[in-house]
Write a protein that binds this ligand. Structure first.
Ligand SMILES: NC(=O)c1ccc[n+]([C@@H]2O[C@H](COP(=O)([O-])OP(=O)(O)OC[C@H]3O[C@@H](n4cnc5c(N)ncnc54)[C@H](OP(=O)(O)O)[C@@H]3O)[C@@H](O)[C@H]2O)c1
Length: 252
């Protein structure tokens, strides 16, 4: 039997207030995982916490974390270190989306996109590694993008976004080498353009279990890919998952 059981796994997700991070947090909590929610916007982070509490009867820990602000990342990691005795998975999901031509971008936007996706992700991973090393089965999952795959098209992404996603590829593959010989596995997930879909959508989420090949990749597809990777036997690191689709896939 192939198991994808995540009951009792303690999983931290950045960018958990909306989009893919929210969908993954709710889906994993629904299946009995213990969620740690990290997010920049207090109101949406609290909304995800309340949703999970309502659906499961268990209130997840929710901690403010602006990935583009090194002090905020350090404070979030310190808060987790003070409250937890272990962490089973860190999912680096939060990222600042930035479209448009380079000439049109503000200095602040360029700094945001690079700092949230590279500096913030690296610093949070560094600070949470000791907690992960206290787990019997620790995983780091980086939600990158097909923008982080060499020679894919920009498809509306700005050059700094595309470069930052390539940087996350470097973080993922470098970290996997550095973690060889430790219990921590490092997994990179590369979705193309994702259709919004959440467990909160109920029937639509359930129907997504049986999409035709022509349909776009949706958030349930990404959540299932992550869950499959983190539930493999410990000798098996699924190093890279590239999700592709006829409707807006990797090389289109
Ligand atoms: N959507 C897609 O088509 C797609 C395709 C491929 C890869 N991805 C990747 O999948 C991940 C999730 O994307 P999504 O679709 O959920 O995008 P989204 O709807 O734009 O949400 C982005 C998430 O990242 C958070 N974030 C942005 N800047 C942040 C910062 N400085 N510090 C902390 N959190 C920050 C946002 O928080 P706030 O609510 O505070 O803004 C939000 O939770 C990202 O890594 C993204 O690059 C997305």
């Amino acid at each position: 039997m192939i198991t994808t059981d995540i009951t009792g796994r303690r999983i931290a997700i950045t960018g958990a207030g909306r989009g893919l991070g929210e969908a993954m947090a709710v889906a994993f909590a629904d299946q009995g995982a213990e969620l740690i929610l990290l997010g920049r916007t207090a109101a949406t982070l609290a909304a995800t916490r309340d949703t999970i509490t309502r659906r499961t009867g268990r209130a997840p820990l929710a901690v403010a974390c602006d990935l583009a602000d090194t002090a905020s990342v350090a404070a979030a990691a310190g808060s987790l270190a003070a409250q937890l005795d272990r962490l089973d998975a860190l999912i680096n999901n939060g990222a600042f989306w930035l479209p448009g031509p380079l000439a049109d971008l503000t200095t602040e936007d360029i700094v945001q996109v690079v700092n949230s996706q590279i500096t913030g992700a690296a610093l949070l991973t560094q600070r949470l590694a000791p907690l992960l090393l206290k787990s019997a089965a620790p995983d780091i999952v980086n939600i990158v993008s097909t923008s982080g795959v060499v020679n894919t098209r920009l498809l509306g992404a700005s050059v700094p976004f595309y470069a930052a996603k390539h940087g996350q590829t470097g973080l993922t593959n470098g970290l996997r080498q550095e973690m060889a010989g430790t219990p921590i596995r490092v997994i990179g997930v590369y979705p193309p353009d994702i259709e919004d879909l959440s467990p909160l959508d109920g029937a639509a989420w359930n129907a997504a279990a049986a999409q035709p090949k022509a349909a776009k990749i949706n958030e349930r597809n990404v959540v299932e890919a992550v869950q499959f990777a983190i539930t493999r036997p410990r000798n098996c690191t699924i190093a890279t998952i590239v999700l592709d689709s006829d409707a807006g896939g990797t090389y289109q």
